[in-house]
Design a protein around this ligand. Structure first.
Ligand SMILES: [Zn+2]
Length: 405
């Protein structure tokens, strides 16, 4: 029987923690080393080989002893289980080997007689605490890894010390949250277990104030479970935790693959749009080239037409000048014509009396033959037709004969 005797001192501690008397007949109380400063077994995490500081145990004990409610669970609480008991006292204890411990007293309530029985017989003896820490100090340089998320993920402090390698390890320090204690098959902290009579301290008949208690850790990230020495002995809770992480990782992978497919679809769409735009651009450039060629051609025609216009204008000017010249010439000619007409008229005027005088002269007998003969006078004809018409006796006078040519 590992249960401790419910002395008046123990009952007083329970009452102080719970706040009232309870039915002491139905419960069973036990003492446990909840967590120690021995290196933690938490392979693959920043906690591996970690050693919790003594100050952490002192803080945890103070929290318990000032009424903090820390439930007892079987295996680690998953968020909806009803506790099977509660912790009601704690103390920091220095072991004979020099290690620090958090010793606790807890009771299991009357609803779990089987559990009480298994604790009594030692079938269940390991415990693990769910605890979050304020700081995770580098054992080598004392820098707090929690100040930098990257340090937590890489398990390497800012000075390059890799946790769990060589002599480097974390020193969880300070209690941020003391959530629970669980009864497990394997605890995370070496030596964390429900204690038999010979190892008890807090519940010892020889108890003196100032002795000590136990814990492990819990936080989505900073929770400790189990301390297996062989894979075959893996804590079911550790396996469950790893499986949960695997499921989440697979879910994340699916989301990532979906996002990737979506992104690739967008890239394909954008590339198609790019091809379309480039084709449109090429076509537009072709049109621009055509238009520019047409413009150049049109400009050439305009230049030709302007040259033709200039030439035509030159011809018009020349024609107009010629016209002006021709008009001037016409005026001059008309003036000359008028002058000639005037002179002609004058000559005719002058000639008329002369003609009249000649006519008078020709009408006179004898008349003088003008030099060169008289126009229309044919002596031979006259003589032959009328050879005897003239009684004057003037026969074939040489004077009427036209000189031989
Ligand atoms: Zn460091």
């Amino acid at each position: 029987m590992k249960r401790i005797e419910l002395t008046e001192r123990i009952k007083a501690l329970i009452k102080a923690s719970v706040g009232d008397d309870i039915d002491y007949e139905k419960i069973a109380a036990f003492e446990a080393t909840a967590v120690t400063s021995l290196p933690l077994n938490k392979r693959g995490s920043v906690f591996d080989r970690g050693q919790i500081t003594a100050e952490t145990f002192i803080e945890a004990a103070n929290l318990l002893n000032t009424g903090l409610f820390v439930p007892l669970h079987t295996l680690h609480e998953q968020g909806y289980e009803i506790p099977v008991g509660r912790l009601f006292y704690g103390e920091h204890v220095k072991s004979n080997q020099g290690t620090d411990e958090l010793r606790v007293l807890f009771f299991v309530d009357g609803t779990s007689p089987d559990l009480i029985s298994r604790l009594d017989t030692g079938t269940i003896e390991e415990v693990s605490v769910g605890m979050q820490f304020k700081r995770l100090l580098c054992s080598t340089c004392n820098i707090d890894l929690m100040e930098d998320n990257e340090s937590i993920w890489s398990q390497t402090c800012k000075n390059g010390h890799v946790m769990g390698m060589g002599s480097n390890h974390v020193k969880p320090d300070g209690v941020a949250n003391f959530r629970e204690m669980s009864l497990v098959s394997k605890g995370a902290s070496n030596g964390a277990k429900v204690l038999g009579a010979q190892k008890r301290l807090l519940a010892s008949a020889y108890y003196k104030d100032g002795s000590a208690l136990a814990a492990s850790l819990k936080d989505p990230e900073f929770m400790l479970f189990g301390s297996p020495t062989k894979l075959a002995e893996e804590d079911p809770m550790l396996i469950a935790e790893l499986q949960a992480k695997l499921v989440k990782a697979e879910g994340d992978l699916t989301l990532t693959a979906t996002a990737k497919a979506e992104a690739e679809g967008k890239v394909a769409t954008l590339e198609a749009a790019k091809v379309t735009l480039e084709a449109a651009k090429t076509e537009a450039e072709g049109k621009v080239a055509t238009l520019e060629a047409a413009k150049t051609e049109a400009e050439g025609k305009v230049a030709t037409l302007e040259a033709a216009k200039t030439e035509a204008e030159g011809k018009v000017a020349a024609l107009e000048a010629a016209q002006v010249e021709a008009d001037a010439a016409k005026v001059a000619l008309e003036a000359a014509k008028a002058e000639v007409e005037t002179k002609l008229l004058a000559a005719e005027t002058e000639l008329a009396p002369l003609k009249a005088a000649q006519t008078v002269t020709l009408g006179q007998r004898p008349f003088k033959i003008p030099l060169g003969g008289v126009e229309g006078l044919r002596a031979t004809t006259t003589d032959s037709v009328k050879p005897d018409s003239d009684s004057v006796g003037l026969m074939a006078s040489r004077a009427f004969k036209t000189p031989a040519r």
